[in-house]
Design a protein around this ligand. Structure first.
Ligand code: TUI
Length: 319
């Protein structure tokens, strides 16, 4: 209970546990969001590049799957050409919480704060955290480069304490958090909540192809690679033929258009077709610590009960 007592993230979100699910493109649909929200966390639907009429249906489907009016959220990927459409869908559907990623969320805050939407930007530097606090963000997700997908430069270990010191709004730590140990570490660094992505790929309710889940389970400590650095948007994925080909093109200084083209359609290939050789298996470094597929609710409950046990043991050591 220690971790949940007077917790500002639980209060802001209206959740039992201070945990948000990552807004994983192609992965974070209504099924996953509902499982996490029903399990006591904040489930998130990823807008990614989804056309607005399909996104609207997915939000309505999530509402029907989530019990007792529990809260859920929408992640808007700001680099997407459909980001503005997603913003309007969030407003029209009165989505309770919106997280943003991969850009500056000024417009999202301007549009949604007057409606009472809780807006939580995902950021990767102290300057970004300070800026979004000034712009009216309710909390920030400090995302370290251990995370999967599009990442910044800094690790969670150094980013979280610096952001916690720099802003007054609650900080939610992301990147490398997959179990109770990560929760305790995040709180020790000044966070009041965690955002978890990769661990939820391996939950029963996640609808990604079984091959993708197995690739996460099989991953070891050095199984991820960062590609796209030369394009200015580094992306962390599990190593496979696709990442090797990215590395070859980038080392040969191939034209950006050729490197960009290699990535097209590859996340879908991994998630929908289960192509583990040429698909983009976006994943955080925590994949190495994930060994089973469990219900989302069990994942959340284990995470926080293990965290409480660790805290108790640390207290015993002190005495
Ligand atoms: O956005 C993410 N992770 C993502 S987005 C994504 S989809 C994608 N697919 C292919 C290529 C690129 C992306 C997969 N994973 N995480 C949140 C995050 N946001 N990490 C880093 C940032 C970030 C970066 C720059 C936030 C703000 C920012 O600049 C804001 C500014 O100051 O303009």
């Amino acid at each position: 209970m220690l971790l949940r007592e007077n917790n500002r993230v639980c209060k802001i979100l209206g959740t039992k546990y201070p945990i948000i699910q990552g807004g994983m493109a192609w992965v974070a649909n209504a099924d996953l969001a509902a499982a996490v929200s029903n399990g006591g966390g904040l489930g998130i639907i990823a807008a990614a590049n989804t056309p607005p009429e399909i996104l609207e249906k997915e939000i309505i489907r999530a509402k029907s799957l989530i019990h007792d009016n529990k809260p859920f959220g929408l992640n808007i990927m700001l680099m997407s050409p459909t980001a503005n459409d997603a913003l309007e869908v969030a407003a029209a559907q009165r989505v309770p919480v919106v997280t943003t990623g991969a850009g500056s969320p000024g417009k999202v805050l301007e549009r949604l704060k007057p409606l009472g939407t809780v807006v939580i930007p995902v950021i990767a530097s102290v300057a970004q955290a300070k800026r979004v606090e000034r712009q009216g963000a309710d909390a920030v997700v400090a995302e370290g480069m251990e995370a999967g997908g599009h990442i910044g430069e800094l690790t969670s270990m150094v980013l979280t304490p610096q952001i916690s010191q720099a802003v007054k709004i609650p900080v939610i730590c992301a990147g490398g958090v997959a179990d109770g140990r990560g929760v305790v570490a995040a709180f020790a660094l000044g966070a009041e909540g965690v955002q978890v992505g990769t661990r939820f790929i391996c939950c029963d309710e996640c609808t990604v192809h079984a091959n993708y889940k197995q690739a996460v389970i099989d991953a070891r400590d050095r199984s991820t690679a960062i590609t796209g650095q030369s394009l200015g948007h580094p992306v962390r994925c599990l190593r496979n033929k696709l990442t090797a080909e990215f590395e070859r093109l980038e080392s040969e200084n191939a034209p950006a258009s050729e490197i960009e083209a290699l990535g097209t359609g590859k996340l879908r290939a991994a998630v929908v077709d289960g192509d583990t050789e040429w698909g983009s298996l976006m994943s955080g470094q925590s994949a190495a610590m994930i060994n089973d597929i469990l219900p989302a609710k069990t994942i959340i409950e284990n995470m926080f009960s293990d965290a409480e046990k660790i805290l108790q043991n640390l207290g015993d050591v002190k005495k």
